[in-house]
Ligand binder design. Structure first.
Ligand SMILES: Nc1ncnc2c1ncn2[C@@H]1O[C@H](COP(=O)(O)OP(=O)(O)OP(=O)(O)O)[C@@H](O)[C@H]1O
Ligand SMILES: O=P(O)(O)OC[C@H]1O[C@H](OP(=O)(O)OP(=O)(O)O)[C@H](O)[C@@H]1O
Ligand SMILES: [Mg+2]
Length: 299
């Protein structure tokens, strides 16, 4: 098959989304040798090429139809969309699915000793960010003037370096802010990684391949969120036990050898079973409660 006909997927070369993107494709059954530091990696068992680029380039590559599919944070996607809209450029793409990694928030943060009494406290101050479009949209809705200081990295250092009074940057655990003597004061955008597709039509075979991959990806996400639960329950308390199990519409009931008073209950739960629920189940007389991970799922 020629290079042109292979499905082209762009992922971040190295950074926060790289490992999870690679693992997701591996779990989909794709065999890709990414060990070499090459821009393009060929999938050995499917007609797919993986392009490894900086995450900032992925939305543009999709919107310009240079690659077919991409994994990128919603923050970067939305920022590129705002930039392109301001330049009257094409912003079309198809959102395929939100993924279960790359969760973070874009927040305003100020030095610990800054007296913050709401976004108004930032009026006419300098705010350093890598996301000028998202910051402007937020400040415009608040009706607050400010000076944008564009930085592509080390944003958290800007206040200490005297470059800015506040920052607008990505936060996950908050450890980076704390290490730089800053406090988070407003969340302006919540983001996760997403799978997006170019709006250019694919060949029938590539579209079929993508549809298959998408089902596998959704199966992986669903499986990660689900648990297989097994327990022994007293027959007399069965209704109450089933009531307590999360998403327990159709449990399987099995007889237990030599025990007429007990029954085994098996079910797939779409949620985790919390300790509190396990304790409540035990209080009802349930025993041998097992909560097991599910690797793959197809409904
Ligand atoms: N602390 C975090 N926890 C989880 N996800 C994050 C975190 N920080 C960023 N992300 C998400 O991962 C994406 C990539 O983050 P990363 O810091 O690797 O980007 P980068 O430094 O711009 O990389 P590149 O070199 O590809 O431009 C972000 O746009 C965001 O969607
Ligand atoms: O709240 P935290 O858990 O500390 O995470 C936030 C940090 O993570 C990201 O940077 P990353 O560590 O990916 O490095 P980078 O600045 O080189 O992109 C982001 O830009 C923040 O700096
Ligand atoms: Mg980047």
């Amino acid at each position: 098959m020629s290079e042109q006909q292979r499905l082209r997927i762009a992922i971040q070369k190295s950074g926060r989304l790289s490992k999870d993107s690679q693992l997701m494709f591996k779990n989909c059954g794709m065999k890709v040798n990414l060990r070499e530091q090459r821009l393009i990696a060929h999938c050995e068992n499917m007609p797919i090429d993986i392009l490894r680029v900086r995450d900032d380039d992925i939305p543009g590559l999709i919107m310009d139809g240079v690659v077919d599919v991409g994994i990128v944070g919603e923050n970067v996607l939305e920022e590129e969309t705002l930039l392109r809209q301001s330049q009257q450029e094409n912003t079309e793409f198809k959102m395929l699915t939100r993924l279960d990694f790359g969760g973070c928030r874009l927040s305003l943060a100020v030095p610990e000793d800054f007296e913050f009494k709401g976004p108004r406290s930032l009026a006419n101050l300098r705010i350093a960010t890598t996301y000028p479009g998202l910051l402007k949209r937020y400040m415009d809705t608040q009706g607050i003037d400010y000076t944008n200081i564009m930085l592509t990295g080390s944003v958290e250092v800007a206040p200490r370096a005297g470059l800015a009074d506040a920052i607008c940057d990505l936060v996950s655990t908050g450890a980076t802010l704390e290490a730089n003597g800053l406090k988070e004061v407003e969340v302006i955008y919540r983001s996760k990684a997403t799978l997006i597709q170019s709006s250019n039509p694919l060949s029938a075979s590539n579209q079929a391949l993508l549809d298959k991959l998408l089902l596998r990806i959704q199966g992986i996400i669903q499986a990660k969120e689900s648990k297989y639960i097994m327990l022994h329950a007293p027959k007399a308390k069965l209704e109450e036990v089933i009531e307590l199990m999360p998403g327990s519409e159709r449990p399987t009931l099995l007889p237990l050898a030599g025990r007429d008073d007990l029954v085994a209950v098996h079910m797939v739960s779409t949620e985790n079973l919390f300790w509190e629920t396990m304790e409540a189940l035990k209080a009802l007389g349930a025993s041998s409660i097992l909560v097991m991970p599910i690797e793959k799922m197809m409904e």
